[in-house]
Design a protein around this ligand. Structure first.
Ligand code: PEP
Ligand code: MN
Length: 370
């Protein structure tokens, strides 16, 4: 699995990271678009100006976006400020219009990325067009849809790609509008190390208060940039009013971001190397201990088979959970981590015993992915 892409520093950022993309959730009036663009243009790192023009809301009625009219405003905003412009496109008609007005970068929204039919239609009209495309994560936490959209675009010849992490729908919303589920963008970065991934803390938070915390976290995760919704009068915004911030607030946020380096200086690096070697050693020891446990599990499996005893012994399993949780918590491990680990080990132990019951001479080697 790999993507053939041009590094973001070669076509957009140079060495000036993080990239910041800013602008209103929706274009509303020419005055709002232009005055927001003028205000954000002087803020450090802001290189791209965004606005949504087509806003099909969850339910019909209400403000549906200004549509094509807004393209003229975006063009003027770009020309006047020197910022690059980006709008959300969801179908071939949007793309055709955005290209006509010279929009610099396209972005595909979370609701579109869930649907490979739509993505394919978009790819079909983008064949032979040299334009950067940003791909938001799908609404639901399915990394394959996100990867699929990036791959389809790449196969259509789009090689200036950016993935945008905007969080995922989850049922019992509490702290976030969309749960960040950081493990998903981290996995994307692991699979495609050359793909720039930026974070959209506005749609993760849903309210302006927490945006700086999530933006900082994204920086600490070594993300390449931020997309932050910015409105000249946030409280009066026609869409996403609770999560938009003013240009002054954006400037404050960016001024206060702590940008850590991926690699520190020489002595820091050698200290890190030492610590990593220790981690390697501990991990090998851990794997050996796990295998030792599995060998005992196999012995128990054979004993149960010979004596016609059921594999699952629910009382024993309950005791293990209670005892290991108590121990692990005392050691300082978290309950979530302990439960996940115990379940994984138990699942593998049961599987090995089932293999033995089914007369397999040599059970599979330890597998973490069954
Ligand atoms: C937006 O950026 O305004 C938007 C609609 O985003 P998403 O597709 O992430 O919901
Ligand atoms: Mn929005």
């Amino acid at each position: 699995m790999s993507l053939d892409i041009i590094p973001i520093k070669d076509w957009l950022t140079g060495d000036d990271l993080p990239l910041v993309i800013s602008g209103p959730c929706s274009a509303e009036t020419e005055e709002q678009v232009l005055s927001t663009a003028r205000e954000v243009a002087g803020i450090p790192h802001v290189k791209v100006f965004r606005a949504g023009l087509w806003k099909p809301r969850t339910r019909p009625g209400g403000f549906q976006g200004v549509g094509e009219r807004g393209l003229e405003w975006m063009k003027s905003a770009g020309q006047e400020t020197g910022l690059l412009t980006t709008v959300e496109v969801a179908n071939p008609g949007h793309i055709e219009k955005a290209l006509k007005y010279g929009i610099d970068i396209l972005w595909i929204g979370a609701r579109t990325v869930v649907n490979p039919f739509s993505i394919q239609e978009i790819c079909d009209v983008l064949k032979g067009v040299d334009i950067p495309v940003m791909v938001k994560n799908p609404v639901n936490p399915d990394i394959r849809l996100w990867i699929g959209a990036l791959e389809r675009l790449n196969q259509s010849g789009i090689n200036k790609l950016i993935a945008v992490h905007r969080g995922f729908f989850y049922y019992q919303r509490e702290n976030y509008r969309n749960s960040p589920m950081w493990e998903i963008p981290i996995e994307l970065k692991r699979l495609f190390p050359n793909l720039p991934v930026i974070c959209d803390p506005s749609h993760i938070c849903g309210k302006r208060e927490n945006i700086h915390l999530v933006a900082q976290k994204a920086m600490d995760m070594d993300m390449a940039g931020l997309m932050i919704e910015t409105h000249i009068r946030p409280q009066q915004a026609l869409t996403d009013a609770a999560q938009q911030i003013s240009p002054a607030e954006l400037r404050f946020l960016i001024d206060h971001l702590v940008i850590r380096k991926a690699n520190g200086n020489e002595s820091y690096r050698s200290h890190l190397e030492e610590l990593r070697k220790e981690i390697d050693k501990v991990d090998y020891a851990l794997l050996n201990v796990l295998m030792q446990r599995m060998r005992i599990v196999d012995d128990i499996g054979r004993y149960k088979k010979e004596n016609n005893i059921t594999i699952l012994q629910i009382k024993r399993w309950q005791t293990i959970i209670k005892d290991r949780l108590e121990n692990g918590l005392q050691l300082g491990l978290s309950e979530d981590f302990l439960m996940g680990l115990l379940e994984l080990i138990h699942r593998e132990s049961i599987q090995r015993q089932m293999d033995i019951m089914n007369d397999e001479e040599n059970p599979d080697p330890v597998s973490f992915n069954r």
